[in-house]
Design a protein around this ligand. Structure first.
Ligand code: PEP
Ligand code: MG
Length: 836
């Protein structure tokens, strides 16, 4: 009956028939046949009808390759006409027969004759009178008598369903869900088992698991005819199979049918190797199975279902790994807005950090702290965030900014902290003075109002919708263990603080791939010595400030090494875009003036003189190390001393030291000799030896092009694709959020390139860097540490060019582990299961 060209439903029904399940007679029309029907070439209707009992009613259902691609709705009860109405009154009575006919007339009118659905709204009569009114309404509006010939009815149903699939709107909708341009539609014509008769009759659905939790539990609905004809006339009265206070269960009404359905569902689970929902009817106690489809499931249920199928010996662990969407894993790590919750969206932006949280709106870090100290949760709303907001971000449960993109400060820190974050919500107007937000719909929200931020969807919602909790249960751990066995590319975490490192360990990262040391100075008690160091004019002043920073850094690194217990830790030397460390408001200027014992006016002047027109292209990264080398000397010393301290207590530590924003080999050469000299000093002072690895961050286009000159000085190269994307496009990572939505919507960019690696442009530069780096240093370790390291499509690329590992925010580590495993498995020929 069905081949792969007939669609998922047809294929599933074919398998049910082969399992000897009681499926009513079914004929499947292929994609090609349906395509011909849409073009006006109808099949031989007499031959088609000859497959079925001449007295049977028929239904037609869509059968696309993937049920998520949508398709025309099913049309039921084809063949109902005046003669059958009369005949059926004998067996099921006038009312039920009239109701059946009336529903067909309505369905046909709306879906086939394309009449206005309102046409039937005013018909209040039921039974014969209602039917007559419906037939009359049809006749008047369609200007024809309701077709009586079943062959004509079926022909028109087939034609209208085939045409609906080929319509432009339907095509665009399914393409948006990933369907190819030429996706086909199959149609399934099936004899109806209407669930009407003298014995126990009814219809329903049944499944063996709970769709929300994935735990074994028989659930479903059953509409019994014996519950009264009233139910048929007005609306479906659900009769739940589980204990239903409103009436008897199916098990009580028809125990044999119930047990047969259960056994059938179990057989389907085993043979179709998936958790299935059965659509059935019961006619005079006899079960008919009309359809089977994959059970709808939450992300949490998907993981439990896959793991249980492995535990029951039905699928392999590798298949289970292939069955879970990496994006679904991300949902499990955070609280989320419940799937069916009431979502009143008041604003949209870039979904910068997943998860959802509800709290009161606050507009400053101070208010965030005050709110938290009152025991209330709050959402920090800022134009954009800066290091001064870190304390507020820690205190808040979520962050919303008007500006920024996927790699702006709020986004990076939010992901690091696992804090839901929406950035670039440019259509919401934030007024910090008045402490108001003007929502997209024109309403004003004030400080203290309760909103919910959904960082997964990039939406701000009014009020507090229902939530579902994170679900790091045993099933999750089991699945991730299987993923790790399959994976052939490493996954590390970008972690700057002990808390990040602990999260990285919890999510089984294989090391730290990027520790942004400037982030270690965002905390309020640390930003001042950092600023003093930046502000120092004379060498002695700078040395004095560095002497304060050294023990802090040493303690930081020792702690990181301890937490990571011998796993590699890659420390990037300071890469502060200076503007991020300069005070921006009066209070900050005053604090700094106090610390430096200078008048505020002096400090203000100095801040102004240090301002850069283009800070992201200014005195950043390795340029700071070249022009003010004492800073990197201090950091190298702190790393080496921490290495010795931490090695004493546990596994020997081999730190990795990385130079940021390199663009010329001479930069690496110069700093390499300085770092080597510091290492020699520390060895001599401590009388102990250690090793370390040197590396460069490839994040300027020139570094990619000249990677063959840079690589010989390095044991590893790590691609910083955030800056590389910024510089390749000439697109500010902090400002792109303003127009990125428009760009993606109008198809200028297919995706935000800060989110999904642009393979054509940035990817080509990375590939050049990989190839040239390897050509002069075949043993060089290659990796990525830009945000793309946690994005599945980008991971596929990194794997394909032969990188050793990817590094991403701690909360993205599980997603990266699963995605990487799926790429390795598909390379071995393990396929994702067909959708049913
Ligand atoms: C990068 O540019 O890709 C990177 C990881 O560095 P940062 O985001 O800190 O500039
Ligand atoms: Mg960078």
């Amino acid at each position: 009956m069905a081949t792969p060209t007939h669609g998922g439903r047809a294929k599933c029904l074919q398998r049910l028939v082969r399992l000897d399940l009681p499926v009513p007679r079914t004929v499947a029309l292929s994609f090609a046949e349906v395509h011909r029907i849409a073009a006006g070439q109808m099949p031989d209707m007499a031959a088609l009808l000859a497959h079925f009992d001449p007295d049977a009613l028929l239904c037609v259902r869509p059968s696309s390759e993937d049920p998520d691609w949508g398709g025309p709705g099913a049309v039921l009860n084809i063949g109902m006409n005046d003669a059958r109405y009369v005949a059926l009154t004998e067996s099921i009575g006038h009312d039920a027969s009239a109701s059946l006919y009336m529903r067909f007339v309505q369905g046909y009118a709306i879906h086939v004759a394309r009449l206005d659905p309102d046409l039937f709204d005013e018909i209040e009569d039921v039974g014969q009178a209602g039917l007559s009114a419906a037939l009359a309404a049809y006749e008047e509006e369609a200007e024809e008598v309701f077709p009586q010939d079943p062959a004509v009815q079926l022909r028109e149903v087939l034609r209208s369903m085939a045409r609906a699939w080929e319509g432009t709107t339907a095509r665009l909708l399914r393409q948006a869900k990933g369907a190819p341009v030429d996706a086909g539609l199959g149609l399934v014509v099936q004899e109806m088992a209407p669930g009407l008769g003298k014995g126990e009759c009814g219809s329903g659905v049944l499944q063996l698991v709970d769709s929300d939790t994935g735990l074994p539990q028989i659930t479903g609905r059953y509409l019994s005819q014996s519950q009264g004809r009233e139910a048929l006339k007005h609306r479906n009265t659900s009769l739940f199979l589980e204990k239903d206070p409103r009436g008897p269960s199916l098990e009580e009404l028809a125990p044999e049918a119930f047990h047969q359905l259960k056994a059938n569902a179990e057989l389907m689970r085993r043979k179709l190797r998936a958790e299935m929902q059965i659509e059935f009817t019961i006619q005079n106690g006899q079960v008919h199975i009309l359809d089977g489809m994959r059970v709808q499931r939450s992300s949490r249920a998907a993981v439990r279902i896959a793991v249980r199928l492995v535990e029951d010996g039905i699928i392999t662990p590798q298949e289970a790994v292939m069955r879970i969407e990496p994006g679904a894993i991300s949902e499990l790590l955070h609280r989320q807005v419940a799937p069916g919750a009431d979502r009143r969206v008041i604003g949209r932006g870039i979904a910068a950090s997943p998860g959802a949280a509800t709290g009161r709106i606050v507009f400053s870090s101070a208010e965030a702290l005050a709110c938290t100290s009152r025991g209330e949760t709050c959402i920090l709303v800022r134009r954009e965030t800066s290091p001064e907001d870190i304390r507020g971000m820690h205190a808040a449960v979520a962050v919303l900014t008007e500006r920024g993109g996927m790699t702006s400060h709020a986004a990076v820190i939010g992901r690091g902290l696992g804090l839901p974050c929406v950035v670039g919500a440019a259509r919401m107007k934030i007024d910090l003075q008045r402490k108001t937000i003007l929502a997209e719909d024109g309403r004003t929200f004030r400080e203290g109002d309760i909103v919910t931020l959904d960082g997964t969807a990039g939406e701000v919602l009014e009020g507090s919708p229902d939530m579902v909790e994170a679900a790091l249960d045993d099933a999750f751990q089991t699945l991730m263990g299987w993923a790790d066995e399959a994976r052939d590319i490493g996954v590390r975490a970008n972690a700057d603080t002990p808390a990040d490192a602990a999260t990285a360990r919890r999510f089984m990262a294989q090391g730290i791939g990027l520790c942004r040391t400037e982030h270690m100075f965002f905390e309020a008690d640390r930003i001042t010595p950092m600023r003093e160091m930046i502000f120092a004019d004379a060498t002695e002043d700078r040395q004095a400030a560095l002497a304060i920073l050294l023990p802090m850094q040493r303690a930081d690194f020792t702690e990181l090494f301890r937490i990571m217990e011998g796993l590699p830790v890659c420390i990037r030397l300071f890469d502060p875009p200076l503007h991020e460390f300069l005070p921006t408001d009066r209070a900050g200027l005053r604090d700094l003036a106090e610390a430096l014992d200078l008048p505020v006016s002096d400090v203000t002047r100095r801040v102004e003189s240090m301002g850069e027109y283009n800070p992201m292209l200014g005195l950043r990264g390795v340029r700071l190390g070249i022009t003010v080398p004492e800073i990197y000397d201090m950091q190298a010393r702190a790393i080496f001393e921490a290495t010795l301290d931490a090695s004493r207590e546990g596994a020997p530590v081999v730190p990795e030291i990385m130079l940021p924003l390199v663009s010329a080999n001479r930069e690496v050469e110069l700093l390499r000799s300085r770092i080597d000299a510091v290492a020699a000093e520390v060895r001599a002072e401590r009388g102990r030896d250690f090793t370390y690895r040197r590396g460069g961050m490839v994040e300027t286009p020139r570094a990619c092009l000249r990677a063959d000159e840079i690589a010989p000085h390095c044991q590893f190269l790590s691609f910083g694709t955030n800056d590389l994307t910024q510089m390749t496009y000439g697109l500010s990572r902090d400002d792109a959020g303003r127009f990125m939505g428009d760009y993606v919507q109008q198809g200028v960019f297919s995706e935000d390139p800060f989110h999904v690696l642009d393979l054509d442009g940035v990817g080509e530069l990375v590939a050049i860097g990989v190839e040239r780096g390897r050509s002069s240093n075949p043993g060089v370790t290659l990796s990525i540490c830009g945000e793309h390291g946690g994005n599945p499509e980008s991971i596929a690329f990194c794997r394909a060019v032969g990188m050793t590992y990817v590094s991403c925010s701690p909360f993205r580590v599980p997603v990266a582990r699963l995605a990487a495993a799926q790429f390795a498995l598909s390379a071995q020929g393990v396929r994702k299961p067909p959708r049913m």
